[in-house]
Structures are given as C-alpha cells and as structure tokens.
Design a protein around this ligand. Structure first.
Ligand SMILES: [Zn+2]
Length: 645
C-alpha cells in the first residue's frame, strides 16, 4: 500500500488556537482524507511547540508555572480539532520526553561529525524582553513592547554549520520543482539563497533561559527554537528506529503558513542533510487570513475563534468556507458575512436544494428505489460526462492543494444538475406513463451525479458527505478509484430521502434588515423590501437589527474566584466555547464554588473593560429582584457557545 504523510506546523503555545491555526489544520485534514480515498496508508501529524523565552514570559503574565501553562494551552489545541472534524493520528508536544530524547540524539550526532561549533553570537538584546530581537521585530529601531532601543551584545553560543549545505540546497530546489510550492515561495527562497547563508545559532545559555532541551554535550546551554521544533517531524515518527519512520518519512510533506517559510525551506532541509536523511517531498505554503487588511494575530483585537464559528455555522460549513474562499498560497479576506453568504448560496441553495429535490422526486416518482435507466438522451449523457470529467479535475487540483479550484469544479456540476432538473422536468414526465423509461433515466442520472458529488465531498465536509452517502445507500463506498465510475448505483436499491443537509442561516448585517418573524393579523400582507425605509421607531423600542447586533451566547463557568479588595466582583473563566475571562458583580449572591459547571447566558461582543485590574471580555446576564440577583440559565444542556436569539 502506498504511504502518505502530512504534517501541520506545531503551534507555538503563547496563544489560544485562532483561525490561522485552524486553516493549516483543516487543509491537512482534508488532504489526508483525500489521500485515504485514493487508498493510501496515511499518517497525519500535528502538535504544539512549547519551549523558549516567550513561553516563560507568557506563563509569568498568567501567574502560573511554565509547566502548567504549556499543559493548559497544549490541551486547548488538542481540544480545538475534533469539533472541526479534524482527526490527527499523532500529536507531538516538544516537552514530551520522547521528543526531547530524539532532539538530543540528533544534536549529539551533528556535533560529533563537526557540524556544530562554539562561537560568539552578536545580536540586538532587549533587557525588558530578556531576549534577542531581530531587525524585523523592531519598530523605528525600538522594541515595540518596551519602546526602548535594544543593546548590541555578544555572548558565547553554539552554531550549526548551515552555510556548508547552501550549494547542495540550491541544487536540490532547482532539481525538484515541487519541493517548495506554490512557485512564488520557491522563487522567494531561491532569491534569498543568492546571498551567502549564515550559520544558525542553536543555543541559549542557561543563565538566561532554562526552559529548553539541554545540549547533550554542554549542559550550560539549552537548545534554541528551530533545532528543537523542526525535529518534531521526526520524533512524531519515533525516529530513528521505528517502522513508522521507514514507512512515512520517504513520503513526508509539510503544510505551513508563510511566516515560517525560511526555517522550513532552508534550516530544515540543511539539518536533514547534515543528519544524512533525505529531505521531505513537498513543502506547501499558505497565506494569511486578513481581517480589515491586517494579519490575524493575538496581539490585535481582531481574533475570530474557530470554536465560535463552529457553534454558529457547523464544522462542515466552516471547513468548506476556508477551503473554497482562499486560493492556497495567497492571502484571503475573512468575514462572517462572507461565510454566511457561502453557507446560504453554495451549501443551502445549490447543494442542499439539488440533494433534497432529487431525493424527493425519487421518493414521489420511483417509490424511493433507484430506478432502472434506459438509453440516455444527449442531455442525460452530457450531465454524466460532466460529472465524470469533474472527478478528473478534482483529483488534479487536490493533488496540488488547489482546493478552491477543485470545489469550483464540483459546484459547476451541481449547478449543471440543478439546470438539468429544470430542463428535463421530471414532474411532467411522471404524468405520462409512456415516459416512464425516460423518467427513470433522468432520476438515475441525478442519483449517479449526486453519488459522484458525494464522493468528492468526503474530504471537505465529512459529516455532510456521510449523510448524503447514507441517504443514497452508498455509506462506506469511498474509494475514488473503485467508485469514481459511472453506473455503480444498482437499480432496485432503496434510498432514504428526508435528510436536510444545511439549515438556512439568518443574515445579521445592519444593511440587510430581516422582517420580524411573528407577524400579527393586523400587519399589512406585503413584506417589507430592503429598499423601503424602516418606519420610525417608537420610543423605548429597538429594531430587530439592533437586537441582532447583540451577541448572546451560552457559556459554561469553568472557574470562579474572588477578586482581591472587591466584595462585589468575581473573576469567572467561561467557555463559549473558547475560554475567556468575565468579571461579574455577583460576589454577594454566589460563592465561587457553587458556580463551576453552570451554563449561563453572556453578552459575547461587549467591548473589553478592566475592572479592579482584571480585563473582562463580556458580561454575564442575571435577573434582579430587589436585593436578590439570580443568574441566567438555559433550561437544558446545550453546546457551549450556542447563540441565544
Ligand atoms: Zn522589549
């Protein structure tokens, strides 16, 4: 069996999972699922990067031990993937003893052969940060956090002789056009390699940093960053002796975001070369998701939490959007409006309608049984050929990570099939017994087209595809080679109509007002159109839009504590479903210990505010009756983060 191995980067645990992380991981999951449809033996690896001074500082800010801190954030990453239907086979943590052992083994080997040496490192050091900063990190020559100029200092450190492998690397990239893809990143790397490559500083003295892997040949130093992190791709395969390494490394590919191109395209292959290991097969580099033209990151306030989106749109809808909207390699804009629009038009309208119309017709006109096709007309033939051709395009595009193209090819067939229903008019054919054979052929053609569409959706929207396959009576038939042919559906087999694939979601934008749902008999029968001006609002009443702007969510309290010097305030940690801190004025009404485990309703989109020095992100709703205060609740358990409307 041919093997396939794909990794995401290991994510740095100085922040909670955000959309950028989710994108890399959805991409890897979709590709791994696709490779499984091709019948390959697939391994899929992700994990967390947990060493370095930034982690030490983040733990200090959070007032917990470094170990507690990395355990907590790493667990958040691990927990973030199942709700997105992401199923990794291996999750590496760089603080795992097994990983640390592999790193030390590699260091010793490369040191023994003379490719690691001791020398002087000169860099720009910020005393406030207690770390070296790169030129790129400075703003107007100053540390952006401390607004002071870093000092140029020198210290003794160990270096990896990277320069030695520069010519080899240029040659390798030149001879392997797909080694770094898309091509723009390959060109970027080749142009960088026109300058002489410097050796790589790979250590930090323990006088400054102890949270790292000790160098096996000098315990006054710990390993610095890349010589630790990159080796996860080997330690995840239990390098060097395991059969997994022998099986998967020769076919290994990596997915990364463009900010870590240099370490993956230059440091990593030269490290592997020094170790005497063949480099990875392909490096797939993607761009950033932008919001308001800025890169999404935790330092800016514009973080969209993947869990929130899943609670609102469902995993499949989010996966589809991420893969359809971004052209792999380029940046793309993210907005909830765009996600909503794709959900409603591509999924609910195009795919959902095709599926439910077709199956309803088979139910009504063919007693829910796959009909016997007869000689196809030109129209039937055309749709069948388009569906088969689509499979070819789909494979070609997915092989090259062109998800948006693959999906656009699938949706072209969906749109053709919808038009085919309009032009063949099966409901008219059903009226005339003479046309029974023709009707059977039309319905069969629709079912076969849907079956092939379903096949392509397994990697992209696993839950939806499983539902469709179930309804079509082809659950578990997912081999692209065996099932990607026309005419596999056996006449006489039962189908199960009725499944709704996607609920239609309401627009929430200000400029598209929704008519109120509960009309009374007194209201005029005509619907308000968006172009009409809304009626002047009565005093004290808010519009439906204004209400919709309020983001109410169900949140579970997972921790609660008193805030020192305040007899009124409690600091709550809630999951909605991402964790956030909310300060609530309920200390006189509730003991912290009775709150944990409760689900309450919060205002999730309130501007953050500081109360007694604690930043509060939202507000917990409670009812007030005289001096009494009673927390809001939902009447039954519901997923954290669910919208309240
Ligand atoms: Zn600083």
């Amino acid at each position: 069996m041919t093997a396939y191995y794909l990794t995401t980067p290991i994510f740095y645990v100085n922040a909670q999972p955000h959309m950028g992380h989710a994108y890399s991981t959805v991409v890897a999951d979709a590709v791994c699922r696709y490779q499984r449809l091709l019948g390959k033996d697939v391994g899929f690896q992700t994990g967390t990067d947990e060493h370095g001074d930034k982690i030490v500082h983040a733990a200090a800010d959070a007032e917990v031990s470094v170990k507690e801190y990395v355990d907590k954030i790493s667990a958040m990453f691990k927990a973030a993937w199942p709700p997105l239907a992401i199923v990794p086979d291996t999750f590496v943590r760089t603080t795992d003893p097994a990983h640390m052992g592999v790193v030390q083994g590699v260091l010793q080997q490369v040191y023994d052969q003379g490719d690691i040496y001791f020398s002087e490192y000169t860099g720009l050091y910020c005393k406030g940060c207690e770390q070296f900063l790169t030129e790129k990190e400075l703003v107007d020559g100053k540390c952006p956090d401390h607004l002071t100029e870093p000092a140029k200092i020198s210290e003794q450190n160990y270096f990896f002789r990277m320069s030695k492998y520069q010519e080899w690397l240029i040659d390798h990239i030149t001879k392997h056009p797909e080694f770094i893809t898309p091509e723009r990143y390959r060109n970027e790397v080749l142009s960088f390699l026109k300058e002489p490559l410097e050796d790589l500083c790979i250590s930090r003295p323990t006088t400054r940093l102890t949270w790292g892997i000790p160098l096996p040949f000098d315990n006054r130093f710990v390993t610095y960053v890349w010589f630790d992190a990159l080796i996860n791709y080997l330690s995840g395969l239990d390098y060097p002796a395991s059969p997994d390494f022998a099986r998967y490394w020769p076919v290994a590919e990596h997915v990364i975001a463009k900010d870590i191109l240099k370490p993956h395209a230059i440091y990593w292959p030269t490290m592997l070369k020094a170790m005497g290991i063949e480099p990875y097969q392909r490096l797939h580099v993607h761009g950033y998701w932008n919001m308001n033209e800025t890169k999404m990151s935790k330092s800016l306030g514009n973080v969209v939490r993947p869990g929130e989106l899943v609670a609102e749109f469902g995993a499949d809808s989010v996966r589809y959007f991420l893969l359809r909207e971004m052209s792999f390699g380029l940046d793309a804009g993210f907005s909830k409006e765009a996600l909503m629009a794709r959900h409603n038009s591509d999924l609910t309208n195009d795919l959902g309608n095709l599926f439910s119309r077709s199956l309803t017709m088979v139910k009504n006109f063919a007693a829910s049984v796959v009909p016997q096709p007869c000689t196809p007309s030109a129209q039937d033939q055309e749709l069948a050929e388009a569906a088969l051709a689509m499979l070819g395009h789909y494979r070609e595009h997915l092989d090259h990570f062109a998800f948006h193209r693959a999906l656009s090819a699938v949706w072209e067939v969906i749109s053709r099939a919808n038009k085919y229903i309009v032009s063949t008019q099966p409901w008219e054919l059903a009226k005339d017994p003479q046309q029974a054979a023709q009707l059977g052929t039309v319905l069969y053609t629709l079912l076969e087209t849907l079956r092939l569409i379903t096949l392509t959706l397994h990697p992209i929207m696993p839950e939806t595809a499983a539902k469709m396959a179930e309804a079509l009576g082809v659950a578990g038939e997912t081999s692209l080679n065996d099932c990607g042919v026309w005419g596999r559906l056996m006449p006489g087999r039962a189908i199960t109509p009725g499944a709704q694939l996607f609920p239609r979601l309401q627009q929430e934008t200000k400029d598209k007002p929704q008519p109120p749902k509960n009309k009374t008999m007194n209201e005029p029968a005509t619907e308000k159109t968006p172009s009409q001006k809304p009626a002047p609002e009565a005093e004290g009443l808010i519009s439906f839009d204004a209400f919709q702007n309020l983001e109410l969510r169900v949140a579970e309290i997972v921790a609660a504590e008193k805030i020192a010097k305040s007899d009124r305030l409690l600091k709550l940690t809630v999951k909605a479903p991402e964790e956030r801190t909310i300060v609530a004025g309920i200390a006189q009404h509730y003991q912290p210990e009775e709150l944990v485990g409760r689900q309450v309703i919060i205002v999730a989109n309130l501007k953050p505010a500081k109360l007694m020095g604690v930043a509060s992100h939202g507000m917990v709703l409670a009812a007030k009756e005289g001096d009494r205060l009673v927390l809001s609740a939902v009447s039954g358990p519901v997923a954290n983060g669910s919208r309240v409307a």
